[in-house]
Design a binder for this molecule. Structure first.
Ligand SMILES: [Mg+2]
Length: 372
């Protein structure tokens, strides 16, 4: 199969990619979101010249050649853009073989369990616990992740600080969560890399006492040695890796044991193919892989397929419970939307990713095309 056309449909926050091959197949993909109008330009300027006219039978080889050829451009935008082309190629592969992406890997799972991922940090502990209670009752969600520390823009000079809005919120929130729901509801904590090693270890001992399942990004992600030091000092497992796209860095992260739960983001890492490469590395290392995603965009669908495939996946997949706060721009992008029932979402069974883009959304986007 030769790639003959690449189209983008972009808004400020989303970039949808359609790839068409010489045998008449087309597939849909999505890049990493936010400033996606810039990512669309990267698709056409940096990647289209390298993939048009090339065979996509070996996706890994084609994408590795893109990464190698653009070695002076390694940075988030290159990998964000590559993720969109990669996803479209998986959609084509599934459609051509009449299988969903999960089925291409031999998975016959129909459902995956999700955890409710709270994205807000500036709400009171009582408000958070009240809405979790409601989500448990109405949607049957059985596990939760809470974000702690300073809301809004990260201010790394303010390492030891809790949120300015509710000083002491972290301890109060977790204590109230346990008091309300008991010791058995899985609870994960994410600090978005906002602690020093000293403070992360100190608060990590509190998490251990409170039965926290894992502690995500204790220290800034680029200082993987700091996260390794925290991991070494604590019993609570450390999670991380959502920002990382470089495979040599991933090897360092895994070899240094800085995480026990690896969280590749399919959009940031450069696509499903590369996320599955990390999954293989984690499987070989005997650790857990749990794809990261904060949106209700197509990335959620990709993560559902990935979680259905993984043998070393986490029992619960991340699912944002704050779509209105975080990504209202994903609303109306595709159907059917994977709503939660009894704490689970359905794994799409139709060929490819198993979802359809909404024509109305596409009509409102900016269009660009590169072709042979
Ligand atoms: Mg995180």
């Amino acid at each position: 199969m030769i790639i003959k056309k690449i189209e983008t449909f972009s808004t400020q926050n989303l970039c949808i990619v359609r790839v068409t091959t010489d045998d008449g197949f087309s597939g849909w993909g999505q890049t990493a979101p936010i400033t996606a109008d810039i990512t669309a330009q990267i698709v056409h300027r940096l990647l289209a010249p390298l993939v048009l006219g090339k065979s996509c039978d070996d996706m890994q080889a084609l994408e590795d050649s893109c990464v190698d050829s653009r070695y002076t451009f390694h940075g988030t935008y290159l990998f964000r853009a590559l993720a969109g082309i990669d996803a479209a190629l998986w959609d084509i592969k599934g459609k051509k073989e009449g299988k969903s992406v999960a089925q291409l890997f031999g998975s016959d799972r129909k459902f995956v369990d999700v955890y409710g991922s709270s994205m807000v940090k500036e709400v009171s502990p009582q408000w958070e616990v009240d809405r979790i209670k409601k989500l448990m009752q109405e949607q049957g969600i059985k596990a939760f992740k809470l974000h702690i520390n300073k809301p809004g823009e990260y201010t790394y000079s303010l390492y030891e600080k809790d949120t300015d809005v509710y000083p002491g919120r972290t301890e109060e929130l977790i204590t109230l969560f346990r008091k309300t729901f008991g010791p058995d509801v899985p609870l994960m904590i994410d600090s978005n890399g906002s602690f020093s090693v000293k403070r992360a270890i100190e608060i990590g001992h509190f998490f251990e006492d409170m039965g926290v399942e894992y502690f995500e990004e204790p220290c800034p992600y680029w200082d993987f040695e700091k996260n390794a030091a925290v991991a070494k000092a604590l019993k609570v497992p450390i999670a991380g890796g959502e920002q990382d796209y470089n495979m040599a860095q991933w090897k360092r992260i895994i070899d240094s044991k800085s995480v026990y739960i690896a969280q590749p983001d399919i959009g940031y890492i450069g696509g499903f193919t590369r996320a599955m490469q990390v999954a293989k590395m984690t499987e070989d290392a005997g650790i857990i892989c749990s794809p990261h995603n904060f949106t209700c965009s197509l990335l959620l669908v990709y993560c559902i397929h990935m979680n259905a495939i993984l043998k070393n996946g986490h029992p619960f997949l991340e699912y944002s419970i704050d779509p209105e706060e975080v990504d209202p721009w994903s609303n109306g992008l595709f159907t059917p939307f994977p709503d939660i029932h009894d704490g689970k979402v359905a794994v799409p069974q139709e060929p490819g990713w198993g979802v359809e883009l909404n024509e109305e959304w596409l009509m409102k986007s900016s269009y660009a095309v590169s072709e042979i």
